[in-house]
Design a protein around this ligand. Structure first.
Ligand code: F6P
Length: 344
């Protein structure tokens, strides 16, 4: 059995641990051969490959990024690219294609599976926004990095008596903001799931100032959040990526300007950006990724094509690939009362 692996979309801490788990289990338990396609869907389109064996992956348990490279190449834009992928899979004698990605990459994998390509998926995104799995790997790392940054911002904000805004990733799901904001003791958290009233935010910030108060404030803003009075989420620019996604970013700056203008409190902002995706995965993400990889090898053995690995409770299970893209997992209303308790 010849198995090809590709990683698509934004990179994510834990990808190498999955590749390692899959290759080690596949070779040791089932005697499979592996190759890697490079740079996401560009790999099978242009037939860019690298050999994968136990020696290649053995020490990749703790490295960030993806040893296969990645891209946001979208083969669904042009039917001739799908033909190319099928031709190259045949030319490389590939029996099974394992795709590791978020909703875009797994959306392509779902369509390829419907066309008869033997495909297995592994859900990947720091945003934790895939509904078919309880947690995606990489999320824990992103939250840890954001929490560490918030911890550091407390001391500088306290020293200067400033309000400090931290903008975090997450697209249209506020999970990174929610978890890092709670873990980092934020005074206010802005989520994409509910619009923020400027008056409410400014009242909270002002509550932190005065005799006997802490006299600084930490605000976490998810990149997909906005004020109620804004018609659209702020964007870095108007360009779209190959899957038609906008480039989010800028809410942190707007929040900082609004607070300073409305309250007179000196305010700064920090955009954590790709720092959240870089560097080594946390221990939890290394373990989760390794389990995903080993499960993917067993899925191939059982012929579970058109399926993907998913975490349900503490079990890794197999669910239909299409479920990954069914709906975006967002922060539910049950969290809102908790945020009200924790805000200033
Ligand atoms: O989907 C993961 C993610 O990191 C989002 O949180 C963020 O909006 C986006 O990717 C950034 O994408 P890029 O790496 O293309 O700038």
């Amino acid at each position: 059995m010849r198995v090809a692996i590709l990683t698509g979309g934004g990179d994510c801490p834990g990808l190498n641990s999955i590749i390692r788990g899959l290759v080690m289990a596949g070779i040791k338990l089932y005697d499979y051969e592996f190759i890697g396609f490079l740079d996401g869907w560009a790999g099978p389109i242009k037939n860019l490959t690298m050999p994968l064996d136990i020696e290649t992956v053995r020490d990749k348990y703790d490295t960030g990024g993806t040893l296969l490279g990645t891209s946001r190449t979208n083969p669904m834009k042009d039917p001739s690219l799908i033909t190319k992928i099928k031709e190259n899979l045949k030319a490389d004698s590939i029996d099974v294609l394992v795709t590791m990605g978020g909703d875009d990459t797994l959306g392509v994998a779902t369509q390829l599976a419907e066309m008869g390509v033997q495909t297995i998926g592994v859900p990947k995104t720091i945003d934790n926004d895939l509904s078919a799995t309880d947690y995606t790997f990489g999320f824990d790392t992103a939250v840890s990095i954001a929490t560490e940054a918030i911890d550091r911002l407390h001391t500088t904000a306290r020293s200067h008596h400033r309000a400090l805004i931290v903008e975090v990733m997450g697209r249209h799901s506020g999970w990174i903001a929610l978890d890092s904001g709670i873990a980092g003791g934020a005074d206010y958290i802005l989520l994409p799931e509910r619009d923020t009233e400027l008056d409410d935010l400014c009242a909270s910030v002002k509550n932190e100032y005065g005799e006997g108060k802490k006299n600084y404030a930490i605000i976490v803003a998810s990149e997909g959040a906005k004020f109620a009075q804004m018609s659209e989420i702020p964007l870095q620019d108007k360009s779209l990526d190959a899957f038609g996604h906008v480039k989010l970013g800028g809410i942190g700056k707007l929040v900082a300007e609004a607070i300073e203008h409305e309250t007179g409190i000196e305010t700064r902002y920090v955009r954590l950006g790709h720092t959240q995706r870089g560097g080594p995965p946390t221990a939890r993400d290394r373990v989760l990724s390794t389990r995903y990889g080993i499960h993917a090898a067993a899925m191939i053995h059982r012929g579970e094509y058109g399926m993907m690995a998913a975490l349900k409770g503490n079990e890794i299970v197999s669910v239909p690939l299409a479920a990954a893209t069914d709906e975006t997992k967002v922060v539910g209303e049950e969290w809102f009362p908790i945020l009200e308790i924790l805000k200033a």
